[in-house]
Design a protein around this ligand. Structure first.
Ligand SMILES: [Zn+2]
Length: 502
């Protein structure tokens, strides 16, 4: 078809999957195509795909365009390249080709006009469409296949190798770092000899063994954690295996591949533990997970008791390992507000000084609290006085009612007078009885409120338990019997602890 015969066209724009993040690519394409159209003095309509789906079903503008092409609304459709029309499914390409062919609509790219009725153009259209749909599939597969093939040959393809291996470029496999070999074996033997994960982590940190993971960007090594040790112990790379395909992308979402679907092959590298050792390790790791969840969860004296003054949320305890000082705990607020900003509370490393200060704070009750208790005590006494007054009034009313009966029996008053006066007295008696009942109930509730004496008794009891407590769980229990919560606030180096008693 000669370009002279072309008068009215559609301009179709779509991002290709490779350009997902570059919106300016789309606007550059738009400029190029509109320049082309204006240059030839064609009238046009713009179809701009916002979403970049593979299939026609997910491309609204393409569906519309194909309907309009079918209705012979255009002499031609202008696109950047044939592959902008479609990628992916064969049936999509067949549909696109048939639509253009039967409506006698040409496809116009900046380089060439394709008229599918002409054999040459038909062939090159086919060729380009095949190329387009092959291209994205092969690119996607090539990397995966390369990795798979490598893994099947026993080569290492999975990124950073676990301690104490390193990647040898020449063999494309793992080799053992001889300095770290004895350390790895020591970890295995310590664990098999009943040492626990935390102690092994402390031992590694104290011996200045660089951690295999988690080295901070500033080059500082945070030291080993029990999590790192656990991961290392569990790894089957040291049994000789290599695993490929731990994650995959499904509908744009990265997901973890279940163990049984992963590609697992015997690697070329040296084995560093025996299957028997591995089995024992897994057995102990599993057992530790099942029994004694409290010990694993690390109950500390302050667990579940400290509330952040700044945001009002419960504060967390986090374990750390320091050179020389071994394991230590930090109290910190991890709360994140709905707008994504973090609570500004500053944390505190928990040391003996902190616990001593807290202990002092707890046993020396704030004078303000004592004053409140006293006020409550006064109110408590007031209520008792009121009840006494009401009870005297009640007795008076009851005596008056008795007298009323006597007066009626002795015919001092008429029946009518008796009924009226009796009704009045009975109403008053019921009213008083109800009032006294209510007052007594508030008194009962007040019995739960501490008096100053009972407060000191409870604190003495707490001191006794606390001083006798051996484990953190016991200390936590002692605190929880006395204390409802501890409100923490820190400004610079000033820490304020407010103790709320039960
Ligand atoms: Zn907070």
């Amino acid at each position: 078809m000669e370009s002279k015969q072309i008068k009215h066209v559609a301009v179709y724009l779509r991002k290709s999957r490779d350009e997902g993040e570059f919106d300016d690519v789309l606007s550059k394409h738009r400029d190029t195509l509109l320049a082309l159209v204006n240059n030839r003095n064609w009238s046009y309509r713009l179809y701009e795909e916002v979403a970049s789906g593979e299939k026609i079903e997910s491309r609204k503008e393409m569906q519309k365009l194909l309907r309009h092409v079918e209705d012979k609304m255009y002499d031609g459709v202008v696109v950047m390249d044939i592959d902008r029309l479609g990628r992916g499914e064969n049936k999509d390409w067949a549909l696109i080709k048939d639509t253009f062919l039967y409506s006698e609509t040409v496809i116009i790219t900046p380089n060439k006009i394709f008229d599918l009725e002409e054999d040459n153009d038909d062939v090159s259209f086919d060729f380009m469409s095949i190329f387009a749909r092959l291209e994205y599939k092969t690119i996607k597969r090539r990397m995966r296949q390369g990795k798979e093939a490598g893994a099947r040959k026993g080569m290492w393809t999975s990124g950073r190798p676990p301690f104490p291996y390193y990647y040898d470029k020449n063999t494309r496999s793992l080799a053992v770092d001889e300095t770290n070999r004895p350390i790895y074996r020591a970890i295995i033997e310590k664990y098999l000899n009943d040492e626990n994960l935390i102690d092994i982590a402390i031992w590694l940190t104290n011996n200045k063994i660089p951690t295999p993971y988690k080295i901070k960007p500033n080059g500082k090594d945070k030291g080993w954690s029990h999590v790192t040790v656990r991961r290392l112990l569990k790894s089957d790379v040291h049994l000789g295996y290599i695993t490929f395909g731990k994650t995959r992308t499904k509908r744009g979402q990265v997901e973890i591949v279940p163990d049984e679907e992963r590609i697992r092959a015997m690697g070329n590298h040296e084995k560093l533990k025996t299957p028997e050792e591995h089995e024992k390790i897994i057995e102990r790791l599993t057992k530790n997970k099942l029994i004694n969840p409290n010990a694993r969860r690390n109950v500390l004296p302050l667990s579940g008791l400290v509330v952040c003054e700044k945001c009002g949320h419960r504060m967390q305890l986090r374990v750390g390992y320091g050179k020389g000082k071994g394991k230590y705990w930090t109290l910190l607020c991890n709360y994140v507000y709905k707008d994504g900003s973090k609570c500004e509370q500053k944390g505190k490393q928990l040391n003996d000084d902190f616990y001593n200060a807290l202990f002092e704070r707890i046993i020396h009750v704030d004078p303000q609290i004592l004053k409140e208790i006293e006020i409550h005590g006064v109110r408590f006494n007031d209520t008792k006085v009121i009840i006494e007054v009401k009870e005297q009034d009640l007795n008076k009313q009851k005596r008056a009612l008795e007298k009323l009966y006597e007066s009626y029996e002795e015919s001092v008053i008429t029946k009518q007078e008796f009924v009226e006066r009796k009704e009045l007295r009975v109403r008053q008696i019921h009213g008083l009885e109800e009032e006294i009942h209510e007052l007594r109930r508030t008194l009962e509730n007040k019995d739960n409120f501490p008096t100053i004496t009972s407060m000191y008794k409870r604190i003495d009891k707490f001191q006794e338990i606390w001083n006798g407590a051996v484990t953190n769980e016991e200390k936590n229990k002692a605190l929880k019997q006395l204390v409802e919560r501890i409100v923490y606030d820190r400004d610079e180096d000033r820490i304020e602890l407010t103790v709320c008693y039960k």
